[in-house]
Design a protein around this ligand. Structure first.
Ligand SMILES: [Zn+2]
Length: 307
């Protein structure tokens, strides 16, 4: 089988169920009966599901363990190029640098690490991640994760400064954008945040000029079909526009997002994607190749991180 690339995987949503049970027991916590995502639950409720897994991962030791297990599991899922992401500021058991170092130790060179800022959070947090990443080669990129809401004090373009700094330093940039929301977010992410990759981007085809921008800049779209069904963007995986994207020349790749919470492995996500009406073996091969080409390590090798 062709080795897969997995570019969009959240550490705090991709624990092994056995590890969740073990850590919960050790910490005297009850595993919630409805721990996992379910179809159509919406983004806000999906995001709330991270509270429990995060509560198990406050200390560096658990971060390190889970990072290592994710690398092992990805390998078993046929993944040869892996990037893992998380928001270290949500792990309060040590300072951000210690939490990041714990993740890097667990990864042990088997994956690139992406540091996430969060929608609504002061952009200074992300600025801090960029500064930290300068001295840690294993950190390949920054991301903006979560989702926007009207009550938040910051808008997407308020995060331009840390993203610009990341660009100047040759660091990768990806943004969770247009996850069932306006395609305009993709434009802001690409034009103002200099994102080379977009997480989700489900509404891409709603605006021809945004599609043209993505094609022109060669932006990679990290498609997460099962996750999109859980957040209610699509009714079923088969509704995902992935085959149309690929046919139009969009550099889309297939990602699991959260292997635990969505109860899906990278291999399983590829199988589901291959069954979307309109998908062909050639388009699948292209999606996999897009993943390899869009990884930050390969962008770095090709000198395209600054693009
Ligand atoms: Zn995500």
């Amino acid at each position: 089988m062709t080795p897969l690339a997995e570019l969009h995987l959240h550490l705090d949503g991709s624990l092994r169920m056995n590890t969740v049970r073990e850590l919960a027991e050790r910490m005297g916590k009850q595993v919630p009966p409805e721990l996992l995502f379910r179809p159509g639950m919406g983004l806000a409720e999906a995001l709330s599901k991270f509270a429990f897994t995060l509560s198990l991962l406050q200390q560096p030791a658990e971060v390190k363990r889970v990072a290592a297990e994710i690398c092992e599991d990805a390998l078993k899922s046929g993944v040869s190029v892996l990037e893992v992401r998380f928001a270290p500021q949500l792990h309060a058991g040590a300072n951000v640098a210690e939490i990041v170092d714990a993740a890097l130790e667990g990864i042990a060179g088997r994956a690139g690490l992406i540091l996430c800022g969060l929608y609504g959070e002061d952009p200074k947090v992300l600025q801090g991640h960029v500064e930290l990443a300068r001295t840690r080669k294993g950190v390949v990129a920054i991301d903006l994760a979560g989702g926007p809401s009207a009550s938040q004090p910051f808008r997407l373009d308020d995060y331009a400064a840390p993203f610009l700094k990341a660009k100047e330093l040759g660091m990768g940039r990806t943004v969770h954008a247009s996850e069932g929301r306006s395609p305009e977010e993709i434009r802001v992410a690409v034009e103002q945040l200099h994102a080379q990759r977009i997480g989700h981007g489900t509404t891409l085809l709603e605006d021809r000029s945004v599609l043209d921008l993505v094609l022109e800049r060669g932006v990679t779209i990290e498609a997460c079909p099962t996750s999109n069904v859980h957040t209610g963007v699509f009714k079923e995986v088969n509704d995902h526009p992935l085959p149309r994207w690929l046919s139009l020349g969009v550099r889309a790749t297939i990602c699991a997002d959260n292997t635990l919470l969505s109860n899906v492995s990278t291999a399983e996500e590829h199988l589901r994607a291959s069954q979307i009406p309109g998908m062909t073996p050639a388009l699948m091969a292209r999606a996999i190749a897009n993943g390899h080409a869009g990884s930050y390590l390969s962008l770095r090798e090709r000198g395209e991180v600054d693009a």
